[in-house]
Design a protein around this ligand. Structure first.
Ligand code: NAP
Length: 243
């Protein structure tokens, strides 16, 4: 795929799935913006990308930092073609034990953060009359999961945001889609208890955990010209976990 002369902004891209997506866009010729709350991680990730990348520290829950992210991107790179709402966290526990702050933090980062980034990016994309937004949801946004009421609600909400923004932005040449990963090996899933991991993996038809690159492939497709007639959709990438 050729993303030459395109600018791709990926949130939460200092590591994990976001970094894999950033690497793939860089290899495909895009000018990549690494955005993450982890300042050191941003600098390290940006330095290791082929051709270099623009690294911007930004907390997606802050309107000011999201505004500054797109202001700097426009100043230095002049346009925004692709935005991937990837920044996300978990704070897992059963609902009866879940603290209000666990709920608020997960909803703030995973859902409100994507809204703020989408709003800021779509202003630019509407003027360009083109753009691709890809939201990283999760299969648990479709199925629910015990111990993840906050996380699955945020990821289900992100699917609602995807469909609503697809409806608002299609006439301006902007597509908005979601990718729903299953079990992917990253630091996020490394924190899960082994028994829970084994239980998940038993249900995966393709007998292995997913890799960040499996998700990056789906994102690249949805951001490419090949997907120009696809919008408001959720692409499940879970090795058959939810079949
Ligand atoms: P990860 O390794 O934990 O990476 C997430 C990145 O997001 C981290 O660098 C993190 O920085 C950053 N981040 C957290 N809060 C942020 C904020 N407020 N603003 C900007 N950046 C922030 O997670 P991952 O596994 O790659 O997950 C990436 C996305 O895929 C998430 O949305 C996740 O929900 C989704 N997903 C993952 C899986 C899976 O199995 N791994 C499955 C389904 C969906 P810090 O570490 O410094 O906080």
């Amino acid at each position: 795929m050729d993303f030459s002369n395109q600018v791709a902004v990926i949130t939460g891209s200092a590591r994990g799935i976001g970094l894999a997506i950033a690497r793939r866009f860089a290899v495909a010729g895009a000018k990549v913006v690494i955005c993450d709350i982890d300042e050191t991680g941003v600098a390290e990730a940006a330095a290791q990308l082929s051709g270099g990348a623009l690294g911007i520290k930004a907390d997606v829950t802050s309107v000011d930092e999201v505004t500054a992210l797109f202001d700097q991107t426009m100043k230095e790179l002049g346009r925004v073609d692709v935005v991937v709402n990837n920044a996300g966290i978990t704070r897992d526990t059963l609902m009866l034990r879940m603290k209000e702050e666990d709920w608020d933090m997960v909803l703030d980062i995973n859902l409100k953060g994507s809204f703020l980034v989408t709003k800021a990016a779509s202003r630019i994309m509407m003027k360009q009359r083109s753009g691709r937004i890809v939201n990283i949801s999760s299969v648990v946004g479709l199925t629910g999961n015990a111990g993840q009421a906050n996380y699955s609600a945020s990821k289900a909400g992100l699917i609602g945001l995807t469909k609503s923004s697809a409806k608002e932005l299609a006439a301006r040449g902007i597509t908005v889609n979601a990718v729903a990963p299953g079990f992917i090996e990253t630091e996020m899933t490394r924190a899960m208890p082994d028994a829970a991991k084994e239980e998940f993996l038993k249900q995966v038809l393709i007998n292995r955990p997913g890799t960040p690159d499996d998700i990056a492939s789906a994102v690249m497709f949805l951001a490419s010209d090949m997907a120009s007639y696809i919008t408001g959709q959720v692409l499940i990438v879970d090795g058959g976990l939810t079949v």
